[in-house]
Write a protein that binds this ligand. Structure first.
Ligand code: FCB
Length: 407
Protein backbone atom coordinates (compact mmCIF):
# COMPACT_ATOMS: atom_id res chain seq x y z
CA UNK A 1 0.00 0.00 0.00
CA UNK A 2 1.41 3.35 -0.91
CA UNK A 3 2.04 5.96 1.72
CA UNK A 4 0.16 9.20 2.24
CA UNK A 5 0.72 12.02 -0.21
CA UNK A 6 0.84 14.93 2.18
CA UNK A 7 0.29 18.48 0.93
CA UNK A 8 2.21 21.39 2.52
CA UNK A 9 1.04 22.90 5.80
CA UNK A 10 -1.46 25.69 5.16
CA UNK A 11 -2.42 24.43 1.70
CA UNK A 12 -5.73 25.94 0.62
CA UNK A 13 -8.61 23.65 -0.37
CA UNK A 14 -11.63 25.14 -2.03
CA UNK A 15 -14.03 25.39 -4.91
CA UNK A 16 -14.77 28.18 -7.38
CA UNK A 17 -17.84 29.82 -8.90
CA UNK A 18 -18.59 32.96 -10.89
CA UNK A 19 -21.43 35.40 -10.29
CA UNK A 20 -23.27 35.05 -13.57
CA UNK A 21 -23.15 31.27 -13.44
CA UNK A 22 -24.64 30.83 -9.98
CA UNK A 23 -26.27 33.98 -8.58
CA UNK A 24 -29.36 34.31 -10.72
CA UNK A 25 -31.24 37.42 -11.87
CA UNK A 26 -28.31 39.39 -13.16
CA UNK A 27 -28.65 41.98 -15.84
CA UNK A 28 -25.52 42.19 -17.96
CA UNK A 29 -24.42 41.75 -21.57
CA UNK A 30 -24.75 37.97 -21.27
CA UNK A 31 -28.35 38.14 -20.06
CA UNK A 32 -29.25 40.34 -23.01
CA UNK A 33 -27.50 38.01 -25.43
CA UNK A 34 -29.14 34.89 -23.97
CA UNK A 35 -32.56 36.46 -24.51
CA UNK A 36 -31.89 38.06 -27.89
CA UNK A 37 -34.00 36.94 -30.88
CA UNK A 38 -30.82 35.95 -32.73
CA UNK A 39 -29.83 33.54 -29.98
CA UNK A 40 -33.34 32.18 -29.43
CA UNK A 41 -33.79 31.55 -33.16
CA UNK A 42 -30.45 29.81 -33.33
CA UNK A 43 -31.39 27.50 -30.44
CA UNK A 44 -34.78 26.76 -31.97
CA UNK A 45 -33.14 25.93 -35.28
CA UNK A 46 -31.15 23.28 -33.39
CA UNK A 47 -34.36 22.07 -31.73
CA UNK A 48 -33.10 23.12 -28.32
CA UNK A 49 -35.27 24.60 -25.61
CA UNK A 50 -34.15 28.24 -25.11
CA UNK A 51 -35.11 28.07 -21.41
CA UNK A 52 -32.21 25.66 -20.89
CA UNK A 53 -29.84 28.31 -22.23
CA UNK A 54 -31.04 31.38 -20.33
CA UNK A 55 -29.32 31.95 -16.99
CA UNK A 56 -32.48 33.46 -15.36
CA UNK A 57 -32.53 32.41 -11.68
CA UNK A 58 -29.48 30.10 -12.12
CA UNK A 59 -28.86 28.42 -8.72
CA UNK A 60 -30.15 31.43 -6.82
CA UNK A 61 -26.84 31.39 -5.00
CA UNK A 62 -27.46 35.09 -4.34
CA UNK A 63 -30.05 34.02 -1.75
CA UNK A 64 -28.69 30.56 -0.90
CA UNK A 65 -25.08 31.49 -0.25
CA UNK A 66 -25.15 30.66 3.47
CA UNK A 67 -26.49 27.19 2.76
CA UNK A 68 -23.90 26.73 0.00
CA UNK A 69 -21.06 27.80 2.28
CA UNK A 70 -22.30 25.33 4.90
CA UNK A 71 -21.71 22.66 2.30
CA UNK A 72 -18.25 24.05 1.53
CA UNK A 73 -17.53 23.88 5.23
CA UNK A 74 -18.87 20.34 5.39
CA UNK A 75 -16.19 19.54 2.79
CA UNK A 76 -13.62 21.00 5.20
CA UNK A 77 -12.75 23.70 2.71
CA UNK A 78 -10.66 26.59 3.95
CA UNK A 79 -11.00 28.80 0.88
CA UNK A 80 -13.54 29.76 -1.77
CA UNK A 81 -13.27 31.67 -5.03
CA UNK A 82 -16.19 33.72 -6.37
CA UNK A 83 -16.72 36.81 -8.47
CA UNK A 84 -18.34 40.18 -7.86
CA UNK A 85 -20.91 41.12 -10.48
CA UNK A 86 -20.01 44.55 -11.87
CA UNK A 87 -23.50 45.05 -13.35
CA UNK A 88 -25.02 44.80 -9.86
CA UNK A 89 -22.59 47.27 -8.37
CA UNK A 90 -22.73 49.85 -11.16
CA UNK A 91 -25.93 49.28 -13.13
CA UNK A 92 -25.71 52.77 -14.62
CA UNK A 93 -22.42 54.47 -15.38
CA UNK A 94 -21.18 56.20 -12.26
CA UNK A 95 -24.11 55.08 -10.05
CA UNK A 96 -22.79 52.69 -7.48
CA UNK A 97 -25.31 50.58 -5.62
CA UNK A 98 -24.21 50.52 -1.99
CA UNK A 99 -26.75 47.82 -1.05
CA UNK A 100 -25.09 45.44 -3.51
CA UNK A 101 -21.66 46.23 -2.10
CA UNK A 102 -23.07 45.37 1.32
CA UNK A 103 -24.40 42.11 -0.11
CA UNK A 104 -20.87 41.06 -1.06
CA UNK A 105 -19.58 42.18 2.34
CA UNK A 106 -22.11 39.79 3.85
CA UNK A 107 -20.95 37.04 1.51
CA UNK A 108 -17.35 37.56 2.64
CA UNK A 109 -18.37 37.56 6.30
CA UNK A 110 -20.40 34.40 5.80
CA UNK A 111 -17.27 32.73 4.46
CA UNK A 112 -15.03 34.05 7.23
CA UNK A 113 -17.53 32.91 9.87
CA UNK A 114 -16.95 29.38 8.55
CA UNK A 115 -13.15 29.69 8.51
CA UNK A 116 -13.09 30.08 4.71
CA UNK A 117 -10.66 32.52 3.05
CA UNK A 118 -12.23 34.46 0.17
CA UNK A 119 -10.52 34.77 -3.22
CA UNK A 120 -12.38 37.41 -5.19
CA UNK A 121 -12.50 37.64 -8.96
CA UNK A 122 -13.19 41.20 -10.13
CA UNK A 123 -14.10 40.27 -13.69
CA UNK A 124 -15.42 36.92 -14.84
CA UNK A 125 -16.54 37.92 -18.38
CA UNK A 126 -19.74 39.82 -17.61
CA UNK A 127 -20.15 43.60 -17.74
CA UNK A 128 -22.87 46.21 -17.28
CA UNK A 129 -24.95 46.91 -20.37
CA UNK A 130 -23.73 50.50 -20.60
CA UNK A 131 -20.12 49.34 -20.66
CA UNK A 132 -20.83 46.73 -23.34
CA UNK A 133 -22.66 49.37 -25.39
CA UNK A 134 -19.59 51.60 -25.26
CA UNK A 135 -17.65 48.76 -26.85
CA UNK A 136 -16.40 47.09 -23.67
CA UNK A 137 -12.72 46.24 -23.82
CA UNK A 138 -12.56 46.93 -27.55
CA UNK A 139 -11.80 50.56 -26.71
CA UNK A 140 -8.75 51.58 -24.77
CA UNK A 141 -10.54 54.66 -23.46
CA UNK A 142 -13.03 52.42 -21.65
CA UNK A 143 -10.42 50.90 -19.37
CA UNK A 144 -10.84 53.76 -16.89
CA UNK A 145 -14.37 52.58 -16.06
CA UNK A 146 -13.17 49.13 -15.12
CA UNK A 147 -10.35 50.59 -13.04
CA UNK A 148 -12.83 52.86 -11.25
CA UNK A 149 -15.11 49.91 -10.44
CA UNK A 150 -12.21 47.85 -9.08
CA UNK A 151 -10.90 50.81 -7.13
CA UNK A 152 -14.29 51.22 -5.47
CA UNK A 153 -14.68 47.55 -4.59
CA UNK A 154 -11.18 47.18 -3.20
CA UNK A 155 -11.47 50.42 -1.19
CA UNK A 156 -14.71 49.14 0.33
CA UNK A 157 -13.55 45.61 1.06
CA UNK A 158 -9.82 45.96 1.66
CA UNK A 159 -10.07 45.13 5.34
CA UNK A 160 -11.91 41.92 4.65
CA UNK A 161 -10.10 40.52 1.63
CA UNK A 162 -6.49 39.62 1.00
CA UNK A 163 -6.59 37.82 -2.37
CA UNK A 164 -7.80 39.48 -5.56
CA UNK A 165 -8.00 37.96 -9.02
CA UNK A 166 -8.41 40.76 -11.53
CA UNK A 167 -9.35 38.87 -14.69
CA UNK A 168 -10.65 35.41 -15.38
CA UNK A 169 -9.29 33.78 -18.55
CA UNK A 170 -8.83 36.87 -20.71
CA UNK A 171 -7.60 34.78 -23.65
CA UNK A 172 -10.58 32.47 -23.60
CA UNK A 173 -12.94 35.47 -23.35
CA UNK A 174 -11.33 37.31 -26.26
CA UNK A 175 -11.19 34.12 -28.31
CA UNK A 176 -14.84 33.19 -27.89
CA UNK A 177 -16.21 36.73 -28.13
CA UNK A 178 -14.03 38.19 -30.90
CA UNK A 179 -12.39 35.36 -32.86
CA UNK A 180 -14.69 32.33 -32.82
CA UNK A 181 -17.66 34.70 -32.54
CA UNK A 182 -19.59 32.24 -30.39
CA UNK A 183 -20.20 34.36 -27.32
CA UNK A 184 -21.30 37.98 -26.90
CA UNK A 185 -20.71 40.27 -28.73
CA UNK A 186 -20.17 37.51 -31.34
CA UNK A 187 -17.62 39.26 -33.51
CA UNK A 188 -15.14 37.51 -35.75
CA UNK A 189 -12.34 39.92 -36.27
CA UNK A 190 -8.69 39.02 -35.60
CA UNK A 191 -7.68 42.66 -35.29
CA UNK A 192 -10.31 43.44 -32.67
CA UNK A 193 -9.43 40.16 -30.96
CA UNK A 194 -5.80 41.24 -30.61
CA UNK A 195 -6.82 44.70 -29.45
CA UNK A 196 -9.12 43.28 -26.77
CA UNK A 197 -6.27 41.13 -25.47
CA UNK A 198 -3.92 44.06 -25.22
CA UNK A 199 -6.60 46.25 -23.59
CA UNK A 200 -7.33 43.54 -21.03
CA UNK A 201 -3.63 43.34 -20.22
CA UNK A 202 -3.48 47.11 -19.84
CA UNK A 203 -6.60 47.00 -17.63
CA UNK A 204 -4.99 44.30 -15.51
CA UNK A 205 -1.81 46.32 -15.07
CA UNK A 206 -3.64 49.49 -14.08
CA UNK A 207 -5.92 47.68 -11.63
CA UNK A 208 -2.92 45.91 -10.13
CA UNK A 209 -1.34 49.25 -9.37
CA UNK A 210 -4.60 50.69 -8.05
CA UNK A 211 -5.07 47.75 -5.67
CA UNK A 212 -1.56 48.08 -4.33
CA UNK A 213 -2.03 51.79 -3.77
CA UNK A 214 -5.11 51.01 -1.69
CA UNK A 215 -3.66 48.01 0.10
CA UNK A 216 0.08 47.39 -0.21
CA UNK A 217 -0.35 43.99 1.44
CA UNK A 218 -2.95 42.67 -0.98
CA UNK A 219 -2.12 39.58 -3.00
CA UNK A 220 -3.16 40.17 -6.58
CA UNK A 221 -3.18 37.77 -9.50
CA UNK A 222 -4.97 36.39 -12.53
CA UNK A 223 -6.93 33.22 -13.28
CA UNK A 224 -5.25 32.16 -16.51
CA UNK A 225 -6.44 29.40 -18.77
CA UNK A 226 -3.64 27.07 -19.79
CA UNK A 227 -4.26 23.83 -21.61
CA UNK A 228 -1.61 21.22 -22.21
CA UNK A 229 -0.79 21.11 -25.91
CA UNK A 230 0.86 18.38 -27.94
CA UNK A 231 1.46 18.10 -31.66
CA UNK A 232 2.42 20.73 -34.19
CA UNK A 233 2.72 23.65 -33.63
CA UNK A 234 2.21 23.11 -29.88
CA UNK A 235 5.02 25.44 -28.89
CA UNK A 236 3.60 28.29 -30.96
CA UNK A 237 0.09 27.82 -29.53
CA UNK A 238 1.50 27.58 -26.06
CA UNK A 239 3.38 30.82 -26.57
CA UNK A 240 0.42 32.61 -28.11
CA UNK A 241 -2.32 31.33 -25.80
CA UNK A 242 -0.53 30.82 -22.51
CA UNK A 243 2.69 32.78 -22.25
CA UNK A 244 2.05 35.94 -24.24
CA UNK A 245 -0.53 37.38 -21.84
CA UNK A 246 1.64 36.61 -18.82
CA UNK A 247 4.48 38.45 -20.52
CA UNK A 248 2.26 41.52 -20.94
CA UNK A 249 1.47 41.59 -17.23
CA UNK A 250 4.77 40.20 -16.00
CA UNK A 251 5.61 42.81 -13.37
CA UNK A 252 2.01 42.97 -12.21
CA UNK A 253 1.11 39.81 -10.39
CA UNK A 254 1.86 38.48 -6.93
CA UNK A 255 0.61 35.00 -7.73
CA UNK A 256 -0.49 33.02 -10.75
CA UNK A 257 -3.90 31.37 -10.80
CA UNK A 258 -3.96 28.43 -13.16
CA UNK A 259 -7.19 27.18 -14.73
CA UNK A 260 -6.35 23.75 -16.12
CA UNK A 261 -8.89 21.43 -17.71
CA UNK A 262 -7.46 19.39 -20.55
CA UNK A 263 -4.97 18.31 -23.18
CA UNK A 264 -5.38 19.33 -26.81
CA UNK A 265 -3.67 17.57 -29.67
CA UNK A 266 -2.81 20.00 -32.42
CA UNK A 267 -2.45 19.28 -36.10
CA UNK A 268 -2.04 22.52 -37.99
CA UNK A 269 -5.34 24.33 -37.48
CA UNK A 270 -7.11 21.36 -35.91
CA UNK A 271 -7.39 20.91 -32.18
CA UNK A 272 -8.57 17.53 -30.95
CA UNK A 273 -9.08 15.69 -27.70
CA UNK A 274 -6.73 12.77 -27.11
CA UNK A 275 -7.69 9.17 -26.49
CA UNK A 276 -8.29 9.42 -22.75
CA UNK A 277 -11.66 9.33 -20.99
CA UNK A 278 -13.88 12.19 -22.16
CA UNK A 279 -16.05 14.32 -19.87
CA UNK A 280 -19.68 15.13 -20.75
CA UNK A 281 -18.71 18.13 -22.88
CA UNK A 282 -16.11 16.08 -24.77
CA UNK A 283 -12.89 17.31 -23.19
CA UNK A 284 -10.25 14.69 -22.52
CA UNK A 285 -9.25 13.90 -18.93
CA UNK A 286 -5.48 14.27 -18.88
CA UNK A 287 -4.16 14.73 -15.34
CA UNK A 288 -0.50 14.61 -16.29
CA UNK A 289 -0.94 17.84 -18.26
CA UNK A 290 -1.32 19.87 -15.10
CA UNK A 291 2.15 18.79 -14.03
CA UNK A 292 3.75 19.99 -17.27
CA UNK A 293 1.90 23.29 -17.13
CA UNK A 294 2.94 23.82 -13.51
CA UNK A 295 6.56 23.08 -14.37
CA UNK A 296 6.38 25.68 -17.13
CA UNK A 297 5.13 28.28 -14.63
CA UNK A 298 8.00 27.70 -12.22
CA UNK A 299 10.19 30.23 -14.03
CA UNK A 300 8.03 33.12 -12.82
CA UNK A 301 9.01 32.33 -9.23
CA UNK A 302 5.60 33.30 -7.86
CA UNK A 303 3.15 31.33 -5.73
CA UNK A 304 0.68 29.37 -7.83
CA UNK A 305 -2.93 28.54 -7.03
CA UNK A 306 -4.96 26.15 -9.15
CA UNK A 307 -7.90 28.54 -9.51
CA UNK A 308 -9.97 26.08 -11.59
CA UNK A 309 -9.86 22.38 -12.40
CA UNK A 310 -12.89 20.20 -12.85
CA UNK A 311 -15.20 18.33 -15.16
CA UNK A 312 -18.75 18.00 -16.42
CA UNK A 313 -19.84 14.61 -15.12
CA UNK A 314 -23.57 14.34 -14.52
CA UNK A 315 -23.32 10.81 -13.10
CA UNK A 316 -20.36 11.70 -10.85
CA UNK A 317 -18.61 8.63 -12.20
CA UNK A 318 -15.14 10.09 -12.61
CA UNK A 319 -15.02 13.23 -10.47
CA UNK A 320 -13.44 11.70 -7.37
CA UNK A 321 -10.77 9.92 -9.36
CA UNK A 322 -10.25 13.01 -11.51
CA UNK A 323 -9.52 15.07 -8.40
CA UNK A 324 -7.14 12.51 -6.95
CA UNK A 325 -5.28 12.02 -10.22
CA UNK A 326 -4.80 15.74 -10.74
CA UNK A 327 -3.71 16.18 -7.13
CA UNK A 328 -1.10 13.45 -7.53
CA UNK A 329 0.49 15.35 -10.41
CA UNK A 330 0.22 18.62 -8.49
CA UNK A 331 1.92 16.91 -5.57
CA UNK A 332 4.72 15.74 -7.83
CA UNK A 333 5.26 19.30 -9.06
CA UNK A 334 5.33 20.52 -5.44
CA UNK A 335 7.81 17.81 -4.48
CA UNK A 336 10.06 19.11 -7.28
CA UNK A 337 9.94 22.62 -5.87
CA UNK A 338 7.00 24.29 -7.67
CA UNK A 339 5.31 26.61 -5.19
CA UNK A 340 1.65 25.51 -5.45
CA UNK A 341 -0.37 26.80 -2.51
CA UNK A 342 -3.97 25.87 -3.17
CA UNK A 343 -6.52 24.02 -5.26
CA UNK A 344 -9.99 25.26 -6.22
CA UNK A 345 -12.26 22.68 -7.77
CA UNK A 346 -14.58 23.97 -10.49
CA UNK A 347 -17.29 24.12 -9.35
CA UNK A 348 -19.03 24.21 -6.01
CA UNK A 349 -22.44 23.90 -7.71
CA UNK A 350 -24.02 22.67 -10.92
CA UNK A 351 -24.49 25.96 -12.73
CA UNK A 352 -25.06 27.94 -15.91
CA UNK A 353 -22.25 26.84 -18.18
CA UNK A 354 -22.28 29.84 -20.55
CA UNK A 355 -23.22 28.98 -24.15
CA UNK A 356 -23.68 25.32 -23.18
CA UNK A 357 -26.54 26.33 -20.91
CA UNK A 358 -27.47 24.25 -17.90
CA UNK A 359 -26.90 20.72 -19.09
CA UNK A 360 -23.18 20.26 -18.21
CA UNK A 361 -22.92 19.32 -14.55
CA UNK A 362 -19.67 20.70 -13.17
CA UNK A 363 -20.79 20.78 -9.53
CA UNK A 364 -19.31 18.81 -6.69
CA UNK A 365 -22.72 19.67 -5.23
CA UNK A 366 -25.71 18.68 -7.33
CA UNK A 367 -28.41 21.32 -7.76
CA UNK A 368 -31.96 20.36 -8.70
CA UNK A 369 -33.00 23.00 -11.21
CA UNK A 370 -36.67 22.86 -10.26
CA UNK A 371 -36.51 22.77 -6.47
CA UNK A 372 -33.00 24.28 -6.13
CA UNK A 373 -32.29 21.55 -3.61
CA UNK A 374 -28.57 20.97 -3.05
CA UNK A 375 -27.08 17.52 -2.60
CA UNK A 376 -23.46 16.66 -2.02
CA UNK A 377 -22.16 14.17 -4.54
CA UNK A 378 -19.98 11.17 -3.67
CA UNK A 379 -16.98 13.13 -4.97
CA UNK A 380 -17.78 15.93 -2.51
CA UNK A 381 -17.36 13.50 0.37
CA UNK A 382 -14.05 12.32 -1.06
CA UNK A 383 -12.87 15.91 -1.54
CA UNK A 384 -13.92 16.65 2.03
CA UNK A 385 -11.68 13.85 3.29
CA UNK A 386 -8.75 15.09 1.23
CA UNK A 387 -9.22 18.60 2.62
CA UNK A 388 -9.62 17.30 6.18
CA UNK A 389 -6.42 15.27 6.13
CA UNK A 390 -4.50 17.55 3.75
CA UNK A 391 -3.45 14.33 2.07
CA UNK A 392 -4.35 11.58 -0.27
CA UNK A 393 -4.33 8.54 1.95
CA UNK A 394 -4.62 4.84 1.09
CA UNK A 395 -8.03 4.93 2.82
CA UNK A 396 -9.27 7.65 0.49
CA UNK A 397 -7.99 5.82 -2.57
CA UNK A 398 -9.76 2.70 -1.38
CA UNK A 399 -13.04 4.58 -1.05
CA UNK A 400 -12.68 5.93 -4.58
CA UNK A 401 -11.66 2.66 -6.15
CA UNK A 402 -14.41 0.83 -4.37
CA UNK A 403 -16.79 3.46 -5.67
CA UNK A 404 -16.52 5.05 -9.04
CA UNK A 405 -13.82 4.98 -11.65
CA UNK A 406 -13.19 5.85 -15.31
CA UNK A 407 -14.74 3.37 -17.76
C1 FCB B 1 -13.69 28.04 -17.51
C2 FCB B 1 -14.46 29.24 -16.98
C3 FCB B 1 -15.54 28.87 -15.99
C4 FCB B 1 -16.26 27.61 -16.41
C5 FCB B 1 -15.30 26.50 -16.67
C6 FCB B 1 -15.92 25.18 -17.02
O1 FCB B 1 -13.16 28.34 -18.76
O2 FCB B 1 -13.59 30.14 -16.36
O3 FCB B 1 -16.39 29.96 -15.86
O4 FCB B 1 -17.02 27.89 -17.54
O5 FCB B 1 -14.44 26.88 -17.72
Amino acid sequence: MEKDLKFPEGFLWGTATSAHQVEGNNHNQWTEWEESPKRINYLKSKELNPADFISAGACDHYNHCEEDFDLAKAMNNNTHRFSIEWSRIEPQEGNFNQAEIEHYRKVIRALRARGIEPFITLWHWTMPIWFAEMGGFENRDNIIYFVRFCDRIVSELKNEVKYWIILNEPMRYAGMAYLAGEEPPQKKNPFVFLRVISNLAEAHNRVYEAIHRIDPNAQVGIAHQMNYYEGWPASFINWFWSKRFLKKIEKHFDFIGLNYYRRLLIKGFNFNAGKGQRIDVGWEIYPEGIYHVLKSLDRYQKPIYITENGLADSQDRWRAKFIIDHLRWIHKAISEGVDVRGYFHWSLLDNFEWAYGFWPKFGIIEVDRETLERKMRFSGKVYGEIARTGSITPEIIKIVEGGKNYD
